[in-house]
Design a binder for this molecule. Structure first.
Ligand SMILES: Cc1cc2nc3c(=O)[nH]c(=O)nc-3n(C[C@H](O)[C@H](O)[C@H](O)COP(=O)(O)OP(=O)(O)OC[C@H]3O[C@@H](n4cnc5c(N)ncnc54)[C@H](O)[C@@H]3O)c2cc1C
Length: 417
């Protein structure tokens, strides 16, 4: 919405959102909201933006001939529609109560529960599980993290990099049980695969999310692990766009469809949507970026690697600051994970953006700047060309954005011209 207004759009905009609250940032939910109770609200001035905001209203379908949005309260005709429903947490089987951490209400409820001695089971040692365990152990809870994979963060990073985060749990007083699948959530604890019992006063399930697209099943919008969009973030229906966690976009850079569940994508993809709604032909094809704060460390990742990519350490992974790199078979950097090494992240993102091959004899040496590992021929000019945008994004991404009400984000919304 803000991006449309900033680009001169003066038509009507309606924003429909299932939550009763005005928009807020989610990254603080598992961090400062839990630890310090900070308010993550975005300063949304709907009157100044001339936006008709409809909180507590859920989209349930598109009416034929697909130019009206049907909600649980109303029906809106539109000329352009932006789908940005995000994602919803996956639940575990079982009759017992389980909590999630997706919304501000979830976070506030968890914060109110935290107390020294609370026996808390967190299922899933992914990004959210690790951050939740960090906050809960800081509050004095007795935290057990149960993870089916052999190490934390395996889905995102693979076992080799993920396993080097495991000692952080122990040092923080958190019990980490890897290779342990949960069979069911019960009253008072968890039944583990094989029948073992883990008692817990509270259970938080953090095993991943699914794009919130079920309501679009018969809408004519093509779904493929989310809303399938082209590089300009257009769906299969004319005039309908999608962005953020719910959108799977065609990445020319990585040669596949990507659905990126990270804040940087939710921040920047709407810029492309707004430009294209207004007649542009922009493409969204970033080097994906995210960060995570766990057990006193800042983790940052840029790129998109596959399990087949070659893995190389920079620095000592037993230490408190290191970098993990992934390389394609052609020797190009495809992904970089940094722990307390922000310079490597910035330089790595540039090298990935430039599709540069790297010198693997120099890459493992943390004393050599990562940008200096890019082989000549792939070219300093290519690196320089991609520098400005990516660096700005990287440094803007760690803290929350400041200044503008929505920071360029379009949430669930309908636009009528
Ligand atoms: C606890 C937590 C911590 C995170 N930390 C980080 C981090 O450190 N770094 C990082 O890069 N990313 C992080 N993320 C991810 C980041 O917050 C998300 O990628 C981002 O919020 C996605 O934005 P979005 O607008 O696509 O979706 P959302 O923020 O999920 O917003 C979608 C909105 O649509 C509403 N909605 C859904 N369906 C409907 C419907 N049918 N009708 C109407 N409204 C609907 C939802 O209620 C929701 O309000 C975190 C996420 C969470 C939950």
């Amino acid at each position: 919405m803000e991006e449309l207004r900033a680009r001169g759009y003066s038509g009507r905009i309606t924003l429909v959102g299932a939550e009763e609250r005005p928009p807020y940032d989610r990254p603080p939910l598992s961090k400062k909201v839990l630890t310090d109770g900070v308010d993550p609200s975005l300063r949304a001035d709907f009157a100044a933006l001339d936006v008709d905001f409809r909180p507590g209203e859920t989209a349930v379908g598109l009416a034929a001939p697909q130019s009206a949005l049907v909600t649980n309260h109303d029906k809106y005709s539109f000329d352009r529609l932006v789908l940005a429903m995000g994602a919803t947490p996956i639940a575990l089987p079982g009759p017992g109560p389980q909590r999630f951490l997706r919304t501000l209400d979830d976070a506030l409820a968890l914060r109110a529960l935290f107390r020294p001695g609370l026996r808390l089971a967190v299922v899933g040692a992914g990004w959210i599980g690790a951050e939740l365990a960090t906050a809960a152990s800081t509050a004095g809870c007795l935290v057990t993290v149960v993870e089916a994979a052999p190490a934390p963060l395996v889905a995102a990073l693979g076992a080799e990099a993920g396993s080097h985060t495991a000692p952080w749990y122990q040092r923080a007083g958190v019990e980490l049980r890897t290779g342990t699948a949960v069979e069911a959530v019960q009253e008072g604890g968890l039944t583990l695969a094989g029948g073992a019992w883990l008692p817990a006063e509270e259970v938080v399930t953090a095993i991943g999310v699914r794009p919130a697209v079920r309501w679009l099943a018969d809408s004519g919008v093509t779904l493929d692990n989310g809303v399938a969009v082209d590089p300009g973030l257009r769906t299969s229906l004319p005039g309908v766009y999608a962005a953020g966690d719910c959108a799977a976009f065609e990445s020319v850079r990585f040669g596949k469809r990507l659905r990126v569940e990270h804040w940087d994508t939710a921040l920047h993809a709407p810029e492309v949507v707004a430009a294209n709604i207004l007649g542009g032909s922009e493409v969204y094809d970033p080097v994906p970026y995210f960060w995570s704060e766990q057990f006193g460390r800042m983790l940052q990742y840029a790129g998109h690697h596959t399990a087949a990519d070659r893995f190389i350490w920079r620095g000592d992974p037993q230490a408190d600051s290191w970098t993990a790199c992934w390389l394609s078979t052609g020797g190009r950097l495809t992904g970089v994970l940094t722990v307390n090494r922000p310079r490597d992240l910035v330089q790595g993102r540039r090298v990935i953006a430039a599709a540069a091959e790297v010198d693997i004899t120099r890459l493992p040496d943390p004393a050599v700047q990562l940008k200096d590992c890019a082989l000549p021929g792939d070219g300093p000019s290519r690196l320089t060309g991609s520098l400005v945008g990516s660096q700005r994004q990287v440094w803007r991404s760690a803290p929350r954005p400041t200044g503008s009400p929505f920071s360029g984000r379009v949430c669930d919304g309908e636009i009528r011209t």
